[in-house]
Design a protein around this ligand. Structure first.
Ligand SMILES: *Cc1c(COP(=O)(O)O)cnc(C)c1O
Length: 401
């Protein structure tokens, strides 16, 4: 009997999500990677590390399993797991930018990303320009050659579900020596693989679809094979490799995913493919229902032909995901709808098996009120879960009545 595993790199998405980095335990045969709830590891003589493990901030076998699986499903070179999506973003940006650097970012980014850049990194001398990333000319004009270290894009974006052309943005960024970073939280690697379209690095809030069960907060950075730091920079280890710089910062800053969080996230990842199929199918039904509903103004869903970048979404995604936003016309009506649903739970976050509804202006995106990223006050965002779609439709119907 061979202990060699198949070459997962040639396997399909679902197979990689279930097997990559997750070989049965060498000692016990445990089919699922155990939770290594441990901080330190016995050395066989000074520096005699078993499997490279010396301290769990630097490395932990459960986290390694998750990181290898994430690298595999994104078709990347290396992956790094963090305590939250924002911890992942912060670590990546510290690895890539420095005082005096400039970041081009979406004018409809996740509110927390904007807050990190505009209110934390700005104080350390990092400048930024928010632009409409679906407008390539606007992105090109915002880039300051030799100064802009990265172009950040979120596609689809949170909460306005804007879609941007990853391959063209990669060309625009690379022409100026900058990196293209894609926040792939909404699409997930089940539906969109930015590194195959030219992006240098992907970030995730694994709190959302990857974890998928609203029971763990986490984040990830996945670097493309061979990716290097922007503008010819050399990292703290003397290497130009982006993965080396992120690895150094992950350990030096220390915002790592704990073993149990890594285990829960890996458990979620295994079913990501089937969940995204159902999320997408349910969301498509709901978007169509809302579009035909007289109490709803406009519906934003990349799968609708009315979406301004529908063709782009169709070209770079294999399905359109589970997030739908719609406008009710007034703040009062929006607040009323989110208060009346009974199957959709009024809560922040998204991407779990259960359907959620929220008011971005007063909840997830309250931190960007008054900024260029402010969202319309009649906007309602739903995270369509994987319940029976008829129950979801009936719930929205009664809430809108
Ligand atoms: C939630 C979210 C984040 C932040 O992730 P946390 O895990 O909450 O820190 C980043 N980007 C997007 C698109 C998100 O939805």
């Amino acid at each position: 009997m061979s202990s060699e595993h198949p070459d997962w790199s040639t396997a399909g998405f679902a197979t990689r999500a279930i097997h990559a980095g997750q070989d049965p335990d060498a000692t016990t045969g445990a089919v699922v990677p155990p939770i290594y709830q441990v901080s330190t590891y016995k050395q066989d003589g000074v520096g005699g590390l078993r499997g490279g493990y010396e301290y769990s901030r630097s490395g932990n076998p459960t986290r390694t399993a998750l990181e290898e699986a994430l690298a595999s499903v994104e078709l990347g070179g290396r992956a790094f797991a963090f305590a939250s999506g924002l911890a992942a973003e912060d670590t990546l940006l510290r690895a890539v930018l420095r005082p005096g650097s400039h970041l081009v970012m979406p004018d409809d980014a996740y509110g927390g990303t904007y807050r990190l850049v505009a209110r934390v990194l700005a104080a350390w001398g990092v400048d930024h320009t928010p632009v409409d990333t679906s407008d390539l000319a606007a992105v090109a004009a915002a880039i300051r050659p030799g100064v802009t270290g990265a172009v950040w894009v979120e596609t689809p974006s949170n909460p306005l579900l804007g879609v941007s052309d990853i391959a063209s943005l990669a060309d625009v960024a690379h022409a100026a020596g900058a990196l293209l970073v894609v926040d792939n939280t909404f699409a997930t690697p089940a539906l969109q693989r930015p590194l195959t379209l030219g992006a240098d690095v992907v970030v995730h809030s694994t709190t959302k679809y990857v974890g998928g069960h609203s029971d763990v907060v986490g984040g990830a950075v996945v670097t493309a094979t061979g990716a290097v730091l922007p503008l010819g920079a050399t990292g703290p280890t003397g290497s130009q490799s982006l993965a080396d710089a992120v690895a150094f910062h992950q350990n030096a800053v220390g915002a790592v995913a704990g073993p149990f969080d890594a285990w829960l996230t890996l458990r979620g990842l295994k079913t990501l493919g089937v969940r995204m199929d159902r999320h997408s199918a349910n969301a498509a039904r709901i978007a169509t229902f809302l579009e035909e509903h007289p109490a709803v103004g406009s519906v934003i869903y990349p799968g609708l032909e009315s979406h301004p970048q529908h063709a782009m979404a169709k070209a770079q995604m294999s399905a359109f995901g589970g997030m739908v936003s719609f406008r009710t016309g007034t703040l009062a009506k929006a607040l009323d709808v989110v208060d009346r649903t009974r199957v959709f739970t009024l809560a922040e976050s998204l991407g779990g098996v259960e359907s959620l509804i929220e008011h971005p202006g007063k909840m997830t995106h309250a931190s960007v009120a008054g900024s260029v990223l402010e969202v319309p006050d009649d906007l309602v965002r739903v995270s369509v879960g994987i319940e029976d779609v008829d129950d979801l439709l009936a719930d929205l119907d009664q809430a809108l009545a």
